[in-house]
Design a protein. Structure first.
Length: 471
């Protein structure tokens, strides 16, 4: 028995050394592709390069409204997509632990019972001349171990690690999207509130103008046409109010869902109270690899495909597997635990695949194609990230000028309304001019609110595009 144990130790030691050396020689290490991130990934135009990156700032420092912070915190805690992503991490972690355990031997232990009798019509049965019955009892342990000579198991472990890290990145992406969605929806609600206020005031003004128009008709200055047109403007504004109330409720329902709650009214402040402290500190494009969860996940997918290619390539080489069994075996239970009942055997085999209906080569070719697909998706994700940053920079940087021009436009329309109404009162202008000026004034005022929202939304999108929101 001692000699058998020494033999097993010798084989195990030799194979371990061989596996370590061969694994280092056969398996390739992942290297990030060159030039995957171009220095000119952003269209920054006249913006100076700055190593500071706003993506590294916590969302609490970007979204300073305390009510909004409460909504975001609640969403991060209760959102169902967040919880689903956490379950994906748990599953991937379990598979990672399994891949790490692949280096260990498999061991099974259990009792067994065998009943056997031979046929009397066989050579053996005729030799004995009579039927014999054999009852055999045993308690057997079986062990099997595969040497990772070519790094196949190591590659599979690395591939599973990349999958796990990919699920972690996916969780970060869900958090980033959720923070941006809550912030954008909140600012949209504030915009709707502001527009509702504008429309409500417009209804009041138009109703007053309707009464004035009726009085001017009685005085003979205007006709029934002017009265009907004035009344139509009142109806138009009231229909806009119904529409804005509907939009508010739908958006509140959406925010409730994001927070993992039944639909309800959303607490909020005002549009004028908002201050999103975003400055154009973009950092360098290469920082996207560490900040944007979707870019991280795309690279982890590439790492996974690379390691699976390593594993597929290792299938071409011989597999060394050692199996053994041992235990106690006896024809009767009285002698089962006797020293003479002990038995053991060890088998080592090296198998080289020769003909396997092309399955190994097919797996390798497919793994190469999957690796190239993963690289292209990685590159596409990086380019998409650059586009999103460039888009957000453009929208954010021009909003102040846009709002200023819209404010001047509104002031001109308001003056136009006043002048037109005054001329109509003296019978010196057509009432249609007042109607046009009133409609244009309302649209300009609503557009200013939309422009303020666009600026805040662009700030949110720039922050998210650079990889902020999950820290």
């Amino acid at each position: 028995m001692k000699s058998i144990l020494n033999t097993i130790k010798g084989i195990t030691f030799s194979v371990t050394i061989l596996a370590t050396v061969s694994s280092c020689m056969a398996r390739k290490e992942y290297q990030r592709p060159n030039n995957v991130v171009d220095e000119k990934l952003y269209r920054t135009d006249m913006l100076p390069a700055d190593s500071t990156n706003i993506a590294n700032v916590s969302w609490k420092e970007i979204f300073t409204d305390s009510i909004l912070q409460g909504h975001i915190s609640k969403a991060l805690e209760n959102n169902l997509d967040i919880r689903i992503a956490l379950q994906s991490i748990t599953s991937a972690e379990a598979y990672l632990k399994q891949s790490k355990a692949a280096y260990e031997p498999t061991v099974t232990v259990g009792p067994g019972y065998t009943f056997q009798t031979q046929s009397l019509n066989t050579q053996t049965g005729q030799l004995f001349g009579q039927r014999r019955y054999i009852n055999q009892l045993d308690i057997t342990a079986n062990i099997g171990w595969e040497a990772d000579i070519w790094g196949k198991l190591k590659a599979q472990e690395k591939a599973q690690l990349a999958t796990y890290l990919g699920t972690v990145a996916a969780h970060k992406a869900v958090k980033s999207d959720l923070v941006a969605s809550i912030a954008s929806a909140y600012y949209q609600l504030l915009t709707f509130d502001e527009q509702k206020k504008i429309i409500t005031e417009t209804i009041k003004v138009r109703e007053e103008n309707l009464e004035t128009t009726k009085a001017l008709k009685v005085a003979g200055t205007l006709t029934e046409v002017a009265v009907q047109q004035s009344e139509a403007l009142v109806f138009n504004a009231k229909s806009l109010l119904i529409n804005i109330d509907t939009q508010i409720q739908l958006l509140e329902n959406t925010m409730s869902l994001l927070m993992g709650e039944p639909s309800h009214t959303i607490e909020r402040s005002t549009l004028d109270a908002q201050n999103v402290p975003i400055n154009l500190k973009l950092g360098y494009p290469a920082q996207l690899l560490a900040n944007r969860p979707d870019v991280m996940r795309a690279e982890y997918n590439l790492m996974n495909a690379f390691e699976l290619t390593n594993s597929a390539k290792a299938q071409f080489y011989p597999t060394l597997r050692i199996t053994g069994s041992g235990g106690i075996q006896s024809l009767d239970i009285d002698h089962l635990f006797s020293v003479n009942s002990l038995f053991a055997n060890v088998v080592g085999g090296l198998a080289q695949p020769i003909l396997n209906r092309r399955s190994i080569k097919t797996n390798y070719e497919v793994s190469l194609a999957n690796q190239e697909t993963a690289y292209l998706n990685f590159r596409k994700t990086v380019l998409t990230a650059g586009k999103e940053v460039s888009d957000a920079i453009r929208v954010f940087s021009v909003q102040d000028s846009y709002i200023d021009l819209k404010q001047k436009e509104l002031n001109s329309y308001k003056k136009s309304v006043d002048y037109s109404q005054e001329l109509v009162n003296y019978g010196m202008a057509n009432y249609l001019e007042v109607l046009n000026a009133s409609v244009n004034s309302l649209n300009a005022e609503l557009n200013i609110a939309n422009a303020q929202y666009s600026k805040m939304k662009a700030a949110v999108e720039l922050y998210q595009a650079l990889g902020g929101g999950w820290k």
